[in-house]
Design a binder for this molecule. Structure first.
Ligand SMILES: Cc1ncc(COP(=O)(O)O)c(C=O)c1O
Length: 363
């Protein structure tokens, strides 16, 4: 049996409907802006339970514009977890702000609140928790830690469409939530895409203009800004996918349950240890083992593709110039392994993967 990590084309449900929609937009010359974009923004705001949504060119721009909208003082410190995609940290660099990397916990791999307490200083003005792999970071505790302090929160939800804490969607606990619709994401379009959600009118109005040369309509520039818009075709694709997204979430939960059932007895691997109130969208199913490299090789030999998210911690990247060691995540990039988890995988495939992992650890 050959098991791909993911097969994006196979993954896309309702292909006929999507192709018909794309054709009709082409025939109507609708490529940028318009009704589809507005409708998607309204629907995504409702999906997350936010007042406002601004769609954007990608998730990196969403982070970047979110940070810019806060207008933080030069030299302010921004706390970013060290295990995340590089974009979270990149959004801070160009803004004359100082990145302070924070450790992650080994239960869900999101920001470690114990280390966070140590990293907060009088200069801290922003914390950027990442709901990595779809696992919600502990926003209740983070908010409690910064109670009475003038510290903002931008939640990076690029991997967390549909993830919730106590039935409340991630991205709605802090000041701004940012999303990516990159094709490989749970809710992905057919190219790049992103969005911010917020309840704050000021941030919303800034990002609405900043994404379009400082203008809400043609020649209405109020400041010099950027071009970062979600294309009409991408918005239309996302609308179709969003309508059917709960089915996808259910299937991912079923697959994760299969993994838990079949792998929990193996002492040498650690699975996610989520709390009851953490509802993950299971963007990735990550296991941890000191035999990671040989396990990955063994699975590859058996035609099972796996990935590593991520092979380095951001504090290990020299150009970020942050050389403090992280206790939990020290060499974490050598131990983690992402197993296939996509709606298209069958129970038979997941059982086969688990069987091979069992055989590996028995030998
Ligand atoms: C955690 C995280 N943040 C930000 C991004 C950036 O999103 P995009 O690729 O759409 O720019 C990604 C995408 O991989 C991500 O995983």
């Amino acid at each position: 049996m050959k098991i791909k990590f993911t097969d994006l084309y196979k993954l896309t449900p309702y292909k006929k409907k999507i192709k018909k929609k794309i054709n009709s937009l082409i025939e109507k010359n609708q490529f940028v802006g318009g009704e589809e974009v507005k409708k998607f923004e309204n629907e995504f705001a409702k999906f997350t339970g936010s007042k406002y949504c601004v769609s954007l060119g990608n998730g990196t721009d969403a982070l970047y514009l979110a940070v810019k909208s806060l207008n933080l003082k030069k030299g302010s410190e921004v706390i970013v977890p060290c295990n995340t995609w590089i974009s979270t940290a990149e959004s801070v660099v160009g803004e004359n702000l100082k990145i302070i990397f924070c450790d992650v916990n080994l239960d869900d791999y999101s920001i470690c609140t114990k280390d966070l307490k140590k990293k907060i200083s009088s200069k801290t003005k922003l914390i950027m928790p990442v709901h990595l792999y779809g696992n919600p970071a502990n926003l209740y505790e983070i908010k409690n830690i910064i109670k009475n302090k003038n510290i903002k929160i931008i939640e990076d939800c690029a991997q967390a469409h549909g993830s919730k804490i106590n039935s409340k969607h991630v991205g709605t606990f802090g000041d701004i939530g940012t999303f990516s619709f990159f094709p490989g994401k749970n809710l992905g379009c057919f190219g790049d895409g992103g969005a911010i959600v917020t309840n704050n009118k000021k941030y919303y109005e800034y990002v609405m203009r900043a994404r379009n040369h400082g203008a809400l309509k043609k020649y209405d520039h109020k400041f010099s800004a950027y071009n970062s818009r979600l294309d009409t075709i991408q918005a239309a694709i996302l609308r179709i996918k969003l309508k059917n997204y709960s089915r996808q979430l259910n299937r991912r939960r079923q697959i994760s349950n299969l993994y838990y059932k079949n792998l929990s007895n193996i002492q040498k691997i650690k699975l996610f240890n989520l709390k009851k109130n953490q509802f993950s969208c299971y963007h990735q199913f990550v296991i941890r083992t000191s035999q990671r490299n040989s396990l990955q090789k063994f699975l590859k030999k058996n035609n099972i593709s796996t990935m590593i998210h991520y092979p380095y911690m951001l504090n290990d990247l020299k150009f970020f110039k942050y050389n403090k060691k992280m206790k939990n995540s020290y060499k974490l990039g050598n131990k983690i392994l992402s197993l296939p988890i996509s709606e298209e995988h069958s129970n038979k495939e997941i059982n086969y993967i688990c069987e091979k992992i069992q055989i590996f650890f028995k030998n």
